[in-house]
Design a protein around this ligand. Structure first.
Ligand code: UDX
Ligand code: UDX
Length: 470
């Protein structure tokens, strides 16, 4: 059997783990991951990988040097490969037409032109990055600009992995989606990609479609997931006013099989590189087709998320006697979710900034994301500190705000933390993972999300407009 060559341009959170799993599962393919970022590539070649993902190092070690290679030689990787995955970032545009909404496709187009320049043989080019629907058509136009010297078939194979569970999601995907043109050449290319995944994914989980459906499905899947979080977060605000408890409501509602129980955890807000960007993208696309009602509908998911972040900080300020000046606030967790070092769009960034604006002293602790947190606050004055150890972060603090659902925070000695803090001591649980009743018994004033606070004050209920406040 001849070895097939796969290249992937973009060695980030998506490209790196996806190619590592393909290489591990398909020893008959030679997989080369290329990136312009030299330090990132250097890190992929060590055991200190550039991203933290549970189980990833073992997968990389199984294939690296055997049939998995990392390089900055993008041109060489393109020339060798028959199949090229493109997984470069597609951030929201920050300038010009569509700023703040449309996807910035400059990196994608640059890669397409590089492929065109370097290619000496026909290629299958796969969109791994999330892109606006109809991008494949633009890519085909660029790739075929030289009038048919070579043939490029563009396939959409969006990635549904979630950070923190990337390896598990790649090994056992709910589905793999492969969209192609429905021409003879398109269908042959589609089959080539199906054949890769068929090495470990059951046939029933490999779904094929036309290329536009595949592109759009990715945006829609993320929009639906984010919408569930905004829906439950909207109800959390109502629970806080009515003595209902969001955990009980989510449990009762989620037991309906038609609704399902996943993605119903109320939180300080969703973060991550995808949800906001993809919804903005969806909104922009709807607007550009004149579908303004549809655009407004999806935009509300983002508005609700911003409201939830703002509400969290406002509650802190109001309950801490309307001033934060000079108060030390420990942020427990900074990653946008547990089990990742990624802080992109993390609600913790918003919370940290707002508290600094209020002239608080902010101490950030996180088991994996401190390095990124430091970058997020680069250039900020001396009122921000970083602590590896949560006990150090909490010492002398007036409040703890829990912002990432790291398992370790459940099993801390909260008695010791209480002893070391200023009194009255506050806990604001932005992920609803702590044992609120127990914290209250220790002496904390506890503010869950979507449930009445458990305080040791006696005048609080009246201030919240009717809730008993315990
Ligand atoms: C990216 C996109 O953001 C997302 O839309 C898509 O779904 C998957 O790819 P991610 O892997 O998380 O997600 O991005 P990032 O970690 O930023 O990785 C992108 C990599 O591409 C970076 O390492 C960057 O150096 C590289 N890159 C970017 C290139 O090699 N060449 C370029 O021209 C631009
Ligand atoms: C998401 C999609 O899940 C994935 O399929 C897609 O490929 C990329 O975008 P990711 O951003 O890595 O993945 O994480 P996800 O688990 O979806 O969480 C996103 C955000 O929502 C996190 O901030 C998380 O804490 C939050 N969240 C999630 C909640 O607030 N409540 C929930 O019930 C679930």
């Amino acid at each position: 059997m001849t070895t097939k060559h796969i290249a992937c341009i973009g060695a980030g959170y998506v490209g790196g783990p996806t190619m590592a799993v393909i290489a591990m599962k398909c020893p008959q393919y030679r997989v080369t991951v290329a990136d312009t970022n030299t330090s990132r590539i250097a890190a992929w070649l060590t055991d200190a990988l550039p991203i933290y993902e549970p189980g990833l190092l073992e997968v990389v070690q199984a294939a690296r040097g055997r049939n998995l290679f990392f390089t900055t030689d993008i041109a060489g990787a393109i020339r060798e490969a028959e199949i090229i995955f493109v997984s470069v970032n597609t951030p929201t545009k920050t300038f010009g037409d569509g700023a703040g909404k449309a996807a910035d496709l400059q990196y994608w187009e640059k890669v397409a032109r590089e492929i065109l320049r370097e290619a000496r043989t026909d290629k299958i080019v796969i969109e791994k990055s999330t892109l606006p629907v109809k991008t494949a058509q633009i890519m085909e136009t660029i790739l075929n600009a030289e009038g048919g010297r070579l043939h490029f078939e563009v396939i959409s194979n969006p990635e549904f992995l979630a950070e923190g569970t990337a390896v598990r999601d790649l090994l056992h995907p709910n589905r793999v989606l492969i969209g192609s043109r429905e021409t003879t050449r398109g269908l042959i290319a589609r089959q080539e990609i199906v054949d890769i995944y068929a090495n470990w994914v059951p046939a029933g989980r490999i779904v094929t479609s036309n290329v536009w459906s595949a592109e759009l499905s990715k945006l829609v899947a993320n929009a639906f997931l984010a919408q569930r979080i905004s829906s439950i977060n909207s109800i959390s605000a109502l629970c806080e006013k009515t003595d209902a408890n969001i955990r009980e409501v989510a449990h009762a509602v989620g037991m309906d099989e038609r609704i399902g129980n996943r993605f119903l955890n109320a939180s300080v807000g969703f973060g991550g590189s995808c949800f906001k960007k993809d919804i903005l993208n969806l909104v922009y696309i709807c607007e550009s087709y004149g579908l303004s009602e549809i655009a407004r509908y999806w935009e509300a998911v983002l508005t609700m998320n911003e409201y939830q972040e703002q509400r969290f900080v406002r509650t802190m300020i109001r309950e801490m006697f309307n001033t934060m000046v000079g108060k030390r606030i420990a942020l427990f967790g900074f990653a946008f979710k547990a089990d990742t070092s990624d802080t992109r769009e993390s609600p913790a960034i918003y919370v940290g900034r707002k508290l600094l604006e209020e002239k608080a002293v902010v101490v950030i602790t996180d088991p994996r994301a401190l390095e990124n947190a430091r970058l997020d606050f680069a250039g900020v004055d001396g009122r921000i500190h970083f602590a590896e150890d949560p006990y150090d972060a909490a010492r002398g603090a007036h409040a703890v705000a829990l912002l990432t659902e790291w398992e370790l925070y459940r099993s801390l000695s909260w008695e010791d933390i209480y002893q070391s803090m200023e009194k009255p001591a506050f806990v604001f649980d932005g992920r609803n993972i702590l044992d609120h009743k127990r914290l209250h018994e220790i002496g904390f004033n506890v503010y869950p999300l979507g449930a009445p606070p458990l305080t040791h004050f006696h005048d609080r209920g009246a201030r919240r407009g009717g809730s008993s406040g315990y």
